[in-house]
Design a protein around this ligand. Structure first.
Ligand code: NAD
Ligand code: MG
Length: 285
């Protein structure tokens, strides 16, 4: 097994949404290591939050497995262009879709542009999210609470509603939840609440779409070394990130991506309505 980085990490902090290029150590998104074997040959995927972190690792893995990829992100153009270079190096097409998913029209537009380019959506990965650390209840503004719900869960509803008419039988929706969905970190109250909602939404939607042959699952990562962490967690938490897991380190995005490949591929044709942990040994039951 590769020797992935362990805490303590150098102190660092960035403004939201964080830039992958500025992190030390740089997250490993499989740029040098992921090898594909045609498991998603000829499919078209839309992945939100795919400029960096887990989304970038999923984009690289999907492309190397043979899928064309549309990448939605907020405004990290440099990170997104790097992801696009990896997708294109794999011989696949990459469509870049910047903009704020808190806006309903943006959700509709990115699905429309993906369909315009690729003709359909075989795989939808709802992975973009916002979080912010607040030590007390009083610290959370009404606006931030609402925005967190808009980005993390309402956008998922809108993206699914817009994409499903363009998804053939055999389509797969994968929603990124979190270990916070059943073990909420109290300093991430709004975020953790949306992650519980994502897990529940996934289980319900899988039942609604089963008859159409569309599968819906959620992934619950534990601590993963990404820009989200260094832009939203207190410096002492960043330095010691992941040391409270049984594996005593955070996961790297490349360690999460293979599960998304499995859930996207026809190999998991009877897997729907489920939730999968990638937590470094922290239980989710
Ligand atoms: P990341 O910062 O690399 O990815 C999140 C992406 O979301 C950003 O790149 C950004 O472009 C996008 N985004 C944020 N707000 C947006 C908005 N308003 N409109 C459009 N896009 C927006 O971090 P990551 O850790 O890879 O996060 C990916 C997913 O993994 C998130 O759903 C996150 O909640 C989840 N997750 C992460 C961890 C972790 O420890 N890193 C743990 C559990 C779950
Ligand atoms: Mg980013």
């Amino acid at each position: 097994m590769p020797a992935y980085p362990r805490p303590p990490f150098p102190p660092q902090s960035q403004p939201v949404p964080g830039r992958q290029t500025l992190m030390d150590p740089r997250p490993d998104c499989g740029e040098q290591s992921y090898r594909g074997s045609g498991r998603l040959a000829g499919k078209a995927a839309l992945i939100t939050g795919a400029d960096s972190g887990i989304g970038r690792a999923v984009a690289i893995a999907f492309a190397r497995e043979g899928a064309d990829v549309a990448i939605a992100y907020l405004d990290e153009h440099e990170d997104a262009q790097e992801t696009a270079r990896w997708v294109e190096q794999a011989g696949r097409q990459c469509l870049l879709l910047p903009g704020d998913l808190a806006r309903r029209q943006q959700c509709l537009d990115i699905v429309a542009r993906t369909v315009e380019r690729f003709g359909r959506v075989d795989i939808l990965v709802n992975n973009a999210a916002f979080q912010m650390t607040h030590p007390t209840l009083a610290d959370i503004s009404d606006e931030e609470w609402q925005m967190t719900f808009d980005v993390n869960i309402t956008a998922i509803f809108r993206l699914c509603q817009a994409a499903v008419p363009h998804m053939p039988a055999g389509g797969s929706i994968i929603n990124t939840s979190s270990i916070n969905s059943d073990a909420p970190n109290p300093t991430l109250l709004a975020y953790a609440t949306t992650k519980g909602a994502i897990a529940n939404f996934t289980a319900g939607l899988a039942q609604l779409l089963g008859e159409q042959g569309i599968r819906v699952n959620s992934v619950a990562p534990g601590p993963i070394w990404t820009p989200l962490i260094v832009s939203t967690m207190p410096p002492d938490k960043v330095t010691h990130f992941g040391d409270n897991t049984p594996l005593r380190r955070p996961g790297q995005p490349v360690e999460v991506a293979p599960l998304y490949v499995l859930l996207a591929s026809d190999e998991s044709s009877y897997v729907s309505g489920s939730r999968f942990g990638v937590t470094g040994g922290k239980p989710i039951l």
